[in-house]
Design a protein. Structure first.
Length: 231
């Protein structure tokens, strides 16, 4: 059930000039959502929770449902996110509406599953990777692309992922740093994986479109490809 939550920002992390991570606590009932879902974030301080929902933007939740707070990471793209960076502070009260999306509730194969993420596109995956339900995935294959090592700001969460399972079921994680070894190589990924698996893709819309086209042209059915492309 989609619900509005009056929330307070309890931390802001700005590790890079154009990247911000916000953490929210609910001022009413506990947040309820599933891994891979997203929220609508409203910046209008005059909104009182009733009437027409104000202007908002969608953001993936990178925390998992067992956590009492919600984290989301955004990059500066357009006037809305620039206004967020300029006006939000620890203690700011905002409105969140959630949950939306069915990324991981769709029917899919949970053995040798391939996850591909570019940049902040990793965030919906983190909500699954750090959740207890990730134990259902057998020998997952994870491919992550960043502009540089500096932009890989998710080391703590990824360390949890690497140590999440018993050694015989540890997920495989591969990194692409664009300034060192180029962008994510979808052809290489396809060649080193079983073709009868599910592929999850999250990242810039151009990347998602390009990878989907490549996979379908190389025999992967649309039913096998799941994308986080609500933008």
């Amino acid at each position: 059930m989609i619900k509005k939550y009056r929330s307070r920002i309890i931390s802001i992390n700005n590790p890079l000039e154009d990247i911000f991570t916000l953490e929210f606590e609910s001022l009413s009932s506990p947040f309820k959502y599933h891994p891979g879902q997203f929220l609508h974030f409203a910046l209008d301080s005059a909104y009182d929770g009733s009437g027409q929902w104000p202007e908002s933007r969608c953001f993936s939740m990178q925390s998992n449902p067992s956590e009492s707070t919600i984290k989301m990471t955004y990059s500066l793209k357009g006037s809305f996110t620039k206004l967020m960076a300029q006006t939000l502070a620890v203690g700011s009260e905002v409105w969140l509406k959630l949950p939306y999306g069915d990324l991981f509730s769709q029917s899919h194969i949970k053995e040798n599953t391939v996850f591909i993420a570019g940049g902040t596109g990793i965030t919906p995956f983190l909500s699954l990777f750090t959740d207890l339900s990730f134990a259902e995935y057998k020998k997952a294959r994870i491919y992550l692309g960043f502009r540089s090592r500096t932009y890989n700001i998710y080391k703590n969460e990824l360390a949890r992922v690497a140590n999440y399972h018993y050694s015989d079921n540890s997920p495989y994680i591969s990194y692409y740093y664009q300034d060192e070894n180029g962008a994510i190589d979808i052809a290489h990924i396809l060649n080193e994986n079983n073709r009868n698996v599910s592929f999850f893709i999250s990242g810039p819309p151009v990347m998602i479109k390009k990878f989907r086209i490549f996979l379908t042209e190389n025999g992967i059915s649309n039913d096998q490809i799941k994308t986080d492309d609500w933008e």
